[in-house]
Design a protein around this ligand. Structure first.
Ligand SMILES: Cc1cc2nc3c(=O)[nH]c(=O)nc-3n(C[C@H](O)[C@H](O)[C@H](O)COP(=O)(O)OP(=O)(O)OC[C@H]3O[C@@H](n4cnc5c(N)ncnc54)[C@H](O)[C@@H]3O)c2cc1C
Length: 373
């Protein structure tokens, strides 16, 4: 996305990706796009398929005590969300980049950074069996949580904030039509469950599981039994189907602060991770690079560093808002191993407040759609 936005500003870039094109366009992860993300993609000319195939949702469901409640996002905030898989966004972006003949290199297993925060950074790697050296003005680490760029910030120049949650999510993709028109977040005493979708024919379901669980502990029968139990609601039936993809992801929060040193900038998961509960990770990553593209364009146009200097403080304000929201929603919806009956009743009281108070529902809605100030 950054490479695409820079190209539109007349700024040249080179993208080095460790994995193959096939791998990155099939990696199933996020699926909830905030209105701001949709607007950014559309304004950048990569929103045509998104407009055709994205599912616009005006509300989300909250289910607890076997009852359904709805948060009307559109009525409370004037904004909606769009369901469109992250891999589809990636597919559209790669096609747009390659159509412009961009320098996007896949299968580069050995990217090395030389003095990336100095005045003349260099990147090296092997592209199609041949060494490639890139000398550049800036390096932007868009290489995810497990990438290499963050480690090039000088140790004394940044701080890492971590929070680990005592559970994980088991996510499955099912070849079956969704059982509800909107996303449903379920709080159940056996643990959290989420009903979502990727298209009218594909359902996405998640279950809270133990942090140390492996997929072996979750045969199909157990997955369906837990989903039926945790998502149960009068008159509602979950449609089963073949599980075409499954994975377990631990829940964690992380922030690297600041997100920049000299010529090295971090964006997206390289700088911050949130638990997927609030559906913020992908949206934050797009917001980061949209801001950075503008600042870099300003530098090339006017040699002004003011946008670049403001990048990290402005991004961190957004990131910490998303951190706080994702933490709150995760705490509200999950069963914690040390929770007793007191904690359970307190959690239910909190959920009831959310469904009875317009103010509480509005607070959730404006954070969920990405409209919180
Ligand atoms: C199972 C799962 C479910 C999720 N669900 C949601 C959700 O519902 N909603 C939401 O908003 N977010 C969700 N997320 C988070 C979301 O996917 C991320 O926040 C988002 O992908 C961040 O984008 P990014 O570009 O910063 O990083 P990534 O998408 O991780 O991209 C980084 C890229 O850098 C490449 N790379 C890494 N190291 C190197 C290297 N050394 N050299 C070259 N290339 C390298 C990687 O191969 C990768 O392609 C989920 C994540 C997971 C894992």
């Amino acid at each position: 996305m950054l490479s695409h936005l820079l190209d539109r500003e007349g700024v040249e870039s080179v993208v080095l990706e460790k994995h193959s094109r096939d791998y990155v366009v099939h990696r199933v992860r996020a699926g909830v796009l905030e209105a701001g993300t949709v607007a950014t993609l559309t304004a950048a000319g990569v929103g045509d398929r998104l407009a055709r195939e994205g599912l616009v949702h005006r509300g989300i469901g909250i289910r607890f005590d076997g009852r359904d409640h709805r948060i009307d996002l559109a009525e409370l905030t004037g904004k909606a969300i769009t369901i469109y898989g992250q891999q589809e966004v990636v597919k559209d972006l790669i096609e747009a980049r390659l159509a412009r003949g961009a320098a996007v290199h896949f299968d580069v297993p050995d990217v090395r950074l030389d003095a990336p925060s100095g005045s003349r950074p260099r990147l090296e790697g092997t592209v199609s069996g041949r060494p490639l050296v890139v000398e550049c003005d800036f390096v932007v680490g868009c290489d995810g949580f497990h990438g290499i760029s963050r480690d090039h910030l000088p140790p004394t120049a940044w701080h890492a904030y971590h929070h680990e949650y005592p559970f994980a999510w088991l996510g499955i993709l099912v070849q079956a039509p969704p059982s509800a028109a909107e996303v449903i977040y379920a709080n159940h005493e056996r643990g959290f469950a989420l009903h979502s979708m990727r298209s009218p024919a594909i359902t996405r379901l998640y279950l809270q599981c133990d942090r140390g669980d492996s997929l072996d502990a979750w045969p199909d029968e157990r997955i369906w039994s837990e989903l039926h139990t945790r998502l149960a609601s009068a008159g509602w039936r979950l449609t089963e189907g073949p599980i075409i993809e499954r994975g377990i992801a631990p829940l964690r929060s992380f922030v690297a602060e600041p997100m920049q040193h000299g010529s090295l900038f971090l964006a997206g998961d390289a700088a911050h991770i949130v638990p997927p509960t609030g559906a913020k990770g992908l949206n934050l990553a797009i917001a980061d690079v949209a801001a950075l593209a503008g600042s870099l364009a300003e530098w090339y146009r006017h040699r002004s560093r003011s946008g670049l200097d403001d990048y990290s403080p402005a991004a961190l304000r957004r990131v910490w808002r998303a951190q706080a929201f994702s933490y709150q929603l995760t705490s509200l919806l999950h069963r914690f191993p040390d929770h007793d009956q007191y904690d359970r009743r307190r959690q239910l009281a909190e959920l009831q407040y959310l469904t009875r108070s317009r103010a509480a529902a509005t607070a959730l809605a404006e954070n969920y759609v990405g409209a919180a100030p």
